[in-house]
Ligand binder design. Sequence first.
Ligand SMILES: NC(=O)c1ccc[n+]([C@@H]2O[C@H](COP(=O)([O-])OP(=O)(O)OC[C@H]3O[C@@H](n4cnc5c(N)ncnc54)[C@H](OP(=O)(O)O)[C@@H]3O)[C@@H](O)[C@H]2O)c1
Length: 238
Amino acid sequence: MGECGVKQSVLHAIEVGYRHFDTAAVYQSEKPLGDAIAEALHRGLIKSRDELFVTPSSSAATLILTLFFLLYRRLSKAQFPFKPDETLVMDFESVWKAMEECQNLRLTKSIGVSNFTCKKIEKLLATARIPPAVNQVEMNIFWQQKQLRKLCEEKGIHMTAYSALGPKGTPWEGNNKPIECQVVKEIASGRGKTAAQVCLRWVHEQGVSVVVKSFNKERMKENLKIFDWELSEEDLQR
Ligand SMILES: NC(=O)c1ccc[n+]([C@@H]2O[C@H](COP(=O)([O-])OP(=O)(O)OC[C@H]3O[C@@H](n4cnc5c(N)ncnc54)[C@H](OP(=O)(O)O)[C@@H]3O)[C@@H](O)[C@H]2O)c1
């Protein structure tokens, strides 16, 4: 989808009530997201930028990571998905120090990590002066991340889930999608909900926030209707 399409989708999302946006240099969504926020402010859809959570924000922290990414791409000339011999080991300690400096300089409100396992979290915490505010990882009914959730809770790190429904048309797409699971479909039809709503509600009930992607306005609305009902104990067990 081009910049214009992304901008329109973000505006639709803000209109229907979304307030948390996940962006990255690799998605090329930073500029259209910024343009959409400017227009949302201009149109009065939001009163202030403070009403939105943007991850990662357009800050020096992002800049540092973007530079790392560009350097990495230049060195390896690799295409996604990367082959094992095309990867470089990142010096997390130095990157984290630089990110802490960004927070100290108030260039960003908070700093976090993504795809960090328990081992990486422990390693980071051993030298970090500011602990990560958030760890964004893949989490869904099939990959429940129980151990990681327990550790993050103990350490006061909020978790955000991605691929809660199962990605579509991406290099990391799998065959086993949560929204196509028969049990989920049965729970959904018994409650008058959709399979997507059941998958998202399950993440929400684990105390984890979720970033879900849709370019479709109706599905955007559908995915927000998960806050006024609950899964039963039996649903959770199934
Ligand atoms: N940190 C990381 O390493 C990382 C990795 C992957 C993703 N992410 C972030 O997480 C976001 C979401 O992850 P994701 O795209 O992998 O997975 P996802 O949000 O679980 O699934 C997205 C797919 O589901 C479809 N969909 C959305 N709502 C639906 C509904 N109600 N019914 C049926 N289909 C529906 C979408 O298609 P339509 O657009 O056609 O609705 C889209 O193809 C990404 O956009 C990205 O910001 C982060």
